[in-house]
Design a protein around this ligand. Structure first.
Ligand code: ADP
Length: 465
């Protein structure tokens, strides 16, 4: 598959125009997509609106059965889909395989909820009266997705949307169209009615903007940069449409003196260099109390030597990573690992130290395999540093001290706290999202919490006397 067309009202349409190349081997064209304009958004929304009522009227277990069949199809194609995902995004085959499995499991999780989604029955003070709630679908949801989890993120947005009875329009990241094509193929082949799922490829500023402004879009779920997310928030807020944003992070780890330096280094290396550091939950700042700092730095340098990483996703992202490293060098950073020029689009894992707390590499998101290690005098100072950020997605602490771990869990200003575990990687059944500029901090994604975003609650009084 090279031509990846739009999916509108069940038809694959559009002219292939824009080529995506393999970041590990730029001579290879992986996919060619249309560069659609607002007219494709209009057609997709027309199809979605037309299909939605019948979809919502389909019994939830029947909707779920389609998601479950799509999961089986995707599972049977796992090797091919993972290879394509790795070719278009650049993550290692092991990481890509894990991500495809995640998409399969997400479809299974929400598919099985077809038998369970329901409201509550509540007592009434009135005689002969039963109260219940119904969770109604919103209508049409727009899903704007990034390149770093090109199949898992679309899956964890569209599965709760579909099981709740919504129709959707997906705008995949320009860099990774193929993964969504595999996902949509599986759903279509599993019997999803035409128009319930639509996919429009094209520039984010054109397609995303048209989706955000159209009154037929009742809700928009976005994962991507803080800059774009905050712009979407303004547009959706003005017309009082529902919006869910997962944006940037500057995730921190705190290592206390009582931690095992080698175990801490393994946790931080996994958090900082997994997925080439291109996860919104990646660790990019580490604070060590004085007794562990040297041993931790030595152990982290060793871990960095043995890491297996894919290439950086694009030339543009690589240039931004290298510029951030150059700025750190100019600000006086010492390189404990990395600091060498990239080979092709492969950037060595980079560990920096000797920087001040206000240096740009400590404050600004990089989205690459770069981590800064700084000293703090105490747990209290460490917690203050962790919280001193415009972002609040994840944070971790390495310690065996239960009191410190519980204090950190209560006081870290982030959506997800990890104790002795990598900041990256969440189970599919747990609420995911952040605070501050990391997230819209309203509706969480993943698990049953994800259903709240795609439904509205109606209260019904049933008098029966
Ligand atoms: P990243 O740094 O991950 O590429 P972006 O925020 O640029 O983050 O992209 C995330 C998603 O948002 C992509 O699908 C992209 O096409 C889309 N996008 C980019 N610009 C806009 C915009 N102005 N409005 C809506 N969506 C956009």
């Amino acid at each position: 598959m090279t031509d990846v067309l739009n999916l509108i009202g069940g038809a694959r349409v559009g002219e292939p125009e824009i080529a995506r190349r393999n970041p590990a081997d730029p001579g290879e064209v992986v996919a060619v997509t249309p560069s659609s304009d607002a007219s494709a958004v209009d057609a997709a929304l027309t199809a979605a609106v037309e299909a939605q009522a019948a979809w919502a009227a389909t019994p939830a277990p029947a909707r779920g059965a389609i998601l479950l069949d799509a999961a089986d199809l995707l599972r049977s194609r796992q090797a091919e889909v993972a290879a394509d995902l790795s070719r278009e995004e650049g993550k290692t085959l092991a990481e890509a395989t894990g991500e495809v499995r995640r998409a399969v499991d997400v479809l299974r999780f929400f598919g099985s909820l077809g038998w369970r989604t329901s409201g509550e029955v509540l007592p009434s003070a009135l005689p002969g009266t039963t109260i219940f709630t119904r969770h109604e679908p919103l209508g049409v949801a727009a899903l704007i997705t990034p390149w770093n989890f090109p199949i898992a993120i679309p899956a964890w947005k569209l599965a709760p949307a579909l099981i709740s009875g919504n129709a959707v329009v997906v705008k995949p990241a320009e860099l990774t169209p193929l993964s969504v094509a595999h996902l949509s193929d599986a759903l279509v082949e599993a019997g999803l009615p035409a128009g319930v799922l639509n996919v429009v490829h094209g520039p984010g500023s054109v397609i995303g903007d048209a989706l955000a402004r159209d009154h037929r879009v009742a809700a928009l779920s976005f994962t991507g940069s803080t800059r774009v997310g905050l712009g979407l928030h303004r547009i959706l807020g003005e017309r009082r449409a529902r919006v869910q944003l997962e944006m940037g992070g500057k995730n921190a780890y705190l290592i206390l003196d009582d931690a095992d330096a080698h175990a801490a280094a393994r946790v931080v290396a996994a958090s900082a260099f997994g997925l080439t550091g291109q996860a919104c939950t990646a660790t990019s700042r580490v604070y060590c109390t004085p007794g562990v700092r040297e041993a931790f730095l030595g152990a982290l340098a060793k871990e960095a030597e043995s890491v297996t990483m894919g290439p950086v996703v694009s030339e543009q992202q690589l240039a931004a990573d290298v510029a951030a490293i150059d700025t750190a060098r100019a600000e006086g950073a010492e390189f404990v690992a990395g600091g060498r020029p990239p080979v092709g689009q492969f950037l060595p894992p980079t560990v920096l130290t000797g920087l001040g707390h206000d240096s740009s590499v400590v404050r600004e998101e990089i989205f690459g395999p770069v981590v800064a290690v700084l000293g703090v005098e105490s747990y209290e100072e460490g917690l203050d540093r962790v919280n001193d950020s415009r972002y609040g997605l994840t944070a971790g602490i390495c310690t065996q001290n239960l009191a410190a771990a519980h204090h950190f869990a209560a006081h870290a200003q982030v959506g997800v706290v990890k104790v002795n575990r990598p900041t990256t990687g969440l189970d599919l059944n747990v609420p995911f999202g952040g605070v501050k500029d990391s997230s819209s901090n309203t509706f969480r994604e993943q698990g049953t919490a994800a259903l709240d975003f795609y439904t509205w609650s109606k209260t019904v009084y049933m008098g029966h006397e």
